[in-house]
Design a protein around this ligand. Structure first.
Ligand code: SAH
Ligand code: AVI
Length: 333
């Protein structure tokens, strides 16, 4: 079986440094800067891209198997049911670029339908996931060349040289676009258009607005896997940034903000306490919150309007019978 998986290209996540520890490697420096800035500003927040260290990526995969977490199951079913039609509408191309590829399990379904793709470029901040996914995929797609890129997809401005050829396809699954604010999602889509270029087709998975009776359990599962995923951010600070934090004195909380059309995840301080990160102290009041993630839900029309405002033409949308999840095919002329 032919294998073509070179080491991932790692983009320096942030070269600027105003940190007490300039000797940290670039990935940890990026994390350190975000934590120190996010804890220094009130209300406190942490960017959700930092969920995905090795432990966080494994916990996310566990979330995808939960009964309450419908998005992965429904999006997978859409790809299984409509794969051939999706491939026909996307058209022939040799290059597939995926943003936030994670385990690439859904990609395998898409690649099976897209017969002409010979080069796959997965872009993800999670280096370990990328390497494992590339290995897993190469065992299933003979002759597929894979060029992983460890990078922040909101800041990616160039693709590996091998991918710089006309007619590229894009894939952004899981409704990860919902983790961006609408302004950032528009910016991301406009940048994706520049990266993919003229004549591109882009398949984007988007979670739909629905009853809170379905939404809230998806982010508050009975087994507490989502809670562990959220709290792992504090564990990661302890592991990587010399953090002194009593994680048991924080709790997971997920709410649905109807006006903003989004699930918000927070970590709530259960007591008045002080935590330390890289030698700096931060005091928390009892009940004080750290905002860790937004997960925006869209109507089909609202997402099409957003994509259009970023320069894409909505070409087709597939949804399931219960209208839980949508797959949008966008074109860039
Ligand atoms: N697409 C997969 C994984 C979704 S989980 C699926 O549908 O199952 C979100 C993925 O996006 C994770 O692998 C995470 O590491 C990655 N990610 C999140 N924010 C990112 C960012 N700013 N840049 C690059 N990757 C990011
Ligand atoms: C990756 N992303 C779309 C997931 C979501 O549903 O917002 C991450 C997640 N957060 C909690 N559960 C899953």
């Amino acid at each position: 079986m032919e294998r073509d998986i070179p080491h991932a290209i790692v983009e320096d996540l942030d070269r600027s440094s105003s940190l007490p520890c300039p000797r940290l490697d670039p990935a940890r420096r990026d994390f350190a800067q975000a934590v120190l800035a996010g804890f220094a500003t009130k209300p406190r927040s942490l960017p959700c891209r930092f969920f995905y260290d090795a432990r966080g990526s494994a916990l996310f995969e566990e979330i995808t198997q939960l009964e309450e977490y419908y998005p992965t199951r429904v999006e997978t079913a859409l790809l299984e049911a409509y794969g051939a039609e999706i491939a026909e509408r996307m058209g022939d191309a040799r290059v597939l670029v995926e943003f936030g590829s994670g385990s690439s399990r859904k990609t395998s379904l898409l690649l099976s339908a897209l017969a002409g793709v010979s080069l796959y470029v997965p872009i993800d901040v999670a280096g370990e996931s990328l390497a494992e996914a590339a290995e897993w995929l190469s065992e299933r797609h003979d002759g597929l060349a894979i060029r992983p890129l460890v990078a922040d997809f909101t800041k990616t401005r160039t693709l590996p040289v091998a991918a710089r050829r006309p007619r590229k396809l894009g894939f952004f699954s899981g409704s990860t676009i919902g983790n961006l604010t609408q302004t950032d999602a528009r910016g991301f889509l406009a940048n994706a258009a520049r990266l993919l270029g003229h004549d591109a087709a882009f398949l984007v998975g988007v979670d739909l607005k629905k009853d809170v009776g379905i939404l809230l359990p998806a982010y508050n599962d009975r087994r507490g896997v989502t809670a562990a995923f959220n709290l792992n951010l504090l564990e990661r600070i302890k592991r990587e940034l010399d953090g002194d934090i009593d994680v048991d004195r924080f709790a997971h909380d997920a709410i649905y903000d109807e006006a903003k059309g989004r699930i918000e995840m927070h970590l709530v301080s259960l007591a008045r306490q002080t935590v330390r990160v890289l030698g700096r102290s931060f005091s928390f009041a009892k009940g004080e919150r750290i905002h860790t993630e937004n997960s925006h839900k869209y109507s089909v029309e609202d997402f099409q309007a957003l994509a259009h405002s970023a320069g894409w033409t909505p070409a087709h949308t597939w949804t399931d019978a219960n209208r839980l999840f949508s797959l949008h095919l966008l074109r860039f002329d």
